[in-house]
Design a protein around this ligand. Sequence first.
Ligand SMILES: NC(=O)c1ccc[n+]([C@@H]2O[C@H](COP(=O)([O-])OP(=O)(O)OC[C@H]3O[C@@H](n4cnc5c(N)ncnc54)[C@H](OP(=O)(O)O)[C@@H]3O)[C@@H](O)[C@H]2O)c1
Length: 252
Amino acid sequence: MTSSSRAVLVTGGSRGIGRAIARAFAERGDRVAVHWGASRARAEEVLAELPGSGHVLVQADLADADSVGTMVDTAADALGGLDVLVNNAGVFVASPPLTSSYEHWQQVWAQTLAVNLVGAANATFRAVPHLRAAGGGAVVNVSSRGAFRGEPDNPAYGASKAGMNAFAQSMALALAPLGIAVTAVAPGFVQTEMAREVLDGPGGDAVRAQSPFGRVARPEEVAAAVLWLASPEARFSTGTIVDVNGASYLRS
Ligand SMILES: NC(=O)c1ccc[n+]([C@@H]2O[C@H](COP(=O)([O-])OP(=O)(O)OC[C@H]3O[C@@H](n4cnc5c(N)ncnc54)[C@H](OP(=O)(O)O)[C@@H]3O)[C@@H](O)[C@H]2O)c1
């Protein structure tokens, strides 16, 4: 542990982007609470491979408000406080509007908003007292390019991430007086299990060609942006949404 070691909670740290984020913080000397929902064995692997010491595992279903509250308090207790919350856990479930049953449509909307948006909002709410006690800190939300570009087969997902962006902006205003920055990172497709079906499917090459680099992002590239957004140097950039999409979707 270095003298500047921070206490960091990463939701969805059991795999994919969250795993890379947990690793990036641990590599700079921070103590990380690796959250998992269902993938306990995977989370244990992540924990075992993290450099440094003081890391812990925490569990919660992000759709369960009580569990989320307990998870945040448990992480803060185990880490000796909380300086950074990364809202990374999320689901990407298709519900094409022209072919889905109404039943499926409702199920996907309820699950997606509960995990991606309300879960992140609840984790943030419960993190605030701990961040305040630490004298300030950062909340970084893992959003998506889909919030801007649209998600025709996954409209609930696009809406959840647009909601997350608006949530981050509102909270940036609300929490600045406490010295807490709230930001978001908006990746395009990233090489993880979430995107595997799309990237390995017949449309995979077309997705890679959306970027002039001819590829999608690596989880480590998203983690690098999160690490910066969580840093004291980025505090005045509160409210921002950083694109990590290889110029596959440009906005200004
Ligand atoms: N991959 C992409 O192309 C891409 C692009 C843009 C944005 N993103 C965003 O990046 C974030 C991470 O995605 P990823 O690609 O790393 O996905 P992933 O490999 O599918 O991992 C998803 C993570 O979220 C957790 N999670 C899902 N539902 C949960 C629930 N109900 N309760 C608790 N945890 C839950 C999972 O934990 P367990 O397995 O332990 O349940 C897992 O750690 C998501 O917010 C996603 O929307 C991804």
